[in-house]
Design a protein around this ligand. Structure first.
Ligand code: SAH
Ligand code: ZN
Ligand code: ZN
Ligand code: ZN
Ligand code: ZN
Length: 482
């Protein structure tokens, strides 16, 4: 898992700009800071692919102040064309419909992993030498997340699939809420589970998958799947898809929509949050005389260490203690000692999503939340303090709970990793002003122009110098007195 490249921020307000597009829809505008303390003047804005952070996978790049020649524009159009799926959604759906019937023998169903294509019988010959999956049963066809090979490049699709325990937990939570429509944004396993149980045991929950992965066009109709980019709210098959999406989320009296999303963790949280906010507002009843505004429940799966970023972007979301388990990720797994670092962020009240007691979760009366077994309530802090799957320990000097691997260091005057080098702070300073204690994102100088920043920094260091002089003077006085 790669976190955000730390010296790059996204700029969401591009209203006055001519935003260029890549094969993944409108690009995002970024600003890059210099690694060594961000010397003002050295930052430059640029557009890059919103979906992929791997330049080998999407080469699109353009400085914000760059003029693009006609030839280059034409070249880009060709690249986008070359990148788009060979078949339309309708064609792909029709192809697979031919194979969906139980009368069709399993041997007629072959999936080519090399071409990412479900082959119709006439085509089998042309794919000799490719990686093929033969004899696909109807039921495997209905479980595409098991049929397709996960694309687990963190800089592109970052496909990590939920373990069945998490799928079951999520479905139970949605059922308890009385949800009738689940919008799965980058959550194909939830979509699959809801689809496959529909009809059985009186289940009638509807589901719509929004995902970047074009392979789903082969197994879901255009009313079940929209190819969508969640970093820029882009629908690829714009006319049909947008209508399907609108119809799905538009409120009606009996409808209860919920949003389930598990985005790549390496992407820009602010861009995701903008999409989520947009979807949330699309789900809300628009009419003015409606007294009570019903907010749509959101389950956003994300690691605990990005809690601050989510909370900043959408304050209505808070973190649950539930550890999300994955099938194909060695670190995000229940098998790890601390368990998975992935949690659920939601706008629901904690009591609306009971966490399973047979997995050790308990209700904490004081915190009014479900806490994991190891997340002990600290009477001194007045809350259940641990986040990372270990039991935090209270430090009397710092007056707070800290990770068990930390110890109080009297020369640093704070708790640190036991084998730290004194004086070398674990956290690096802010890229803009160099101060420790905050990151560039929260820097008070962030919105100033380069010139003003320079002035401000010069002023601040001047102030520091004069403070130092004062201190030295008074120290001298002290000495004289003695
Ligand atoms: N745990 C989930 C899958 C999460 S993996 C489950 O089991 O259902 C991330 C998902 O987001 C994948 O399905 C991936 O195809 C999709 N995705 C990746 N980038 C995306 C983007 N830019 N827009 C929309 N979906 C994206
Ligand atoms: Zn092939
Ligand atoms: Zn508590
Ligand atoms: Zn404490
Ligand atoms: Zn301490």
């Amino acid at each position: 898992m790669s976190a955000n490249i730390s010296n790059v921020d996204v700029i969401l307000d591009t209203e006055d700009l001519d935003v260029p597009s890549c094969p993944h829809g409108p690009a995002l505008l970024f600003i890059k800071y210099d690694q060594d303390g961000d010397k003002p003047g050295k930052q430059r804005k640029f557009f890059a692919c919103s979906a992929f952070r791997d330049r080998k996978q999407c080469r699109f790049f353009q400085y914000a102040d760059e003029k693009i020649s006609k030839e280059k524009m034409e070249e880009r159009k060709l690249i986008t064309k070359g990148n788009s799926p060979k078949y339309s959604h309708e064609d792909l759906w029709n192809r697979s419909q031919r194979l969906q019937h139980t009368q069709v023998h399993d041997s007629a169903r072959v999936y080519c992993h090399t071409c990412d294509l479900l082959l119709v019988p006439e085509e089998h010959q042309q794919h000799k030498g490719h990686t093929l999956k033969m004899n696909i049963s109807c039921s495997l066809l209905q479980r595409p997340t098991q049929l397709f090979q996960p694309q687990d490049n963190n800089k592109t699709y970052a496909q990590y699939l939920f373990a069945s325990s998490t799928v079951t937990f999520t479905l139970e939570a949605l059922d308890k809420l009385g949800v009738t429509h689940v919008l799965c944004v980058g959550a194909p396993r939830i979509h699959e589970a809801v689809t496959n149980r529909s009809g059985s045991k009186g289940h009638s929950t509807r589901t719509l998958l929004l995902d970047l992965d074009a392979r789903y066009m082969q197994v879901y109709s255009s009313s079940q799947f929209c190819r969508f980019n969640m970093f820029n709210f882009h629908f690829f098959d714009s006319e049909t898809s947008q209508q399907v999406y609108q119809d799905f989320v538009t409120p009606s009296p009996e409808k209860r929509v919920a949003i389930v999303t598990d985005p790549p963790f390496g992407g820009m949280v602010e861009a995701l949050a903008r999409t989520m906010s947009r979807i949330m507002s699309d789900c809300v009843r628009q009419d003015k005389d409606e007294e009570e505004v019903i907010t749509v429940p959101v389950l956003w799966f994300f690691p605990y260490f990005l809690e601050k970023r989510i909370a900043e972007a959408i304050p209505a979301l808070h973190m649950l203690d539930y550890k999300v388990d994955y099938d194909n990720h060695s670190l995000f797994s229940a098998k790890k000692k601390k368990g998975s670092p992935v949690r659920i962020f939601t706008n629901l009240q904690a009591r609306q999503i009971p966490l399973p007691s047979n997995e050790g979760y308990r209700w904490c009366e004081v915190c009014e939340q479900y806490s994991a077994e190891e997340n002990k309530h600290c009477d001194k802090c007045g809350r259940c303090t641990s986040k990372d799957g270990t039991s935090y320990v209270h430090c009397e000097t710092c007056e707070r709970c800290v990770k068990p691997s930390w110890a109080h260091c009297s020369s640093c005057n704070r708790c640190q990793l036991q084998d730290h080098k004194c004086g070398s702070s674990q956290e690096s300073g802010c890229h803009i002003c160099g101060q420790s204690g905050h990151k560039r994102r929260d820097c008070p100088l962030k919105h100033l122009s380069n010139r003003k920043r320079k002035k401000e920094l010069a002023f601040q260091s001047g102030a520091a110098v004069s403070r130092n002089k004062k201190r030295k003077k008074s120290e001298k006085k002290e000495k004289k007195r003695r």
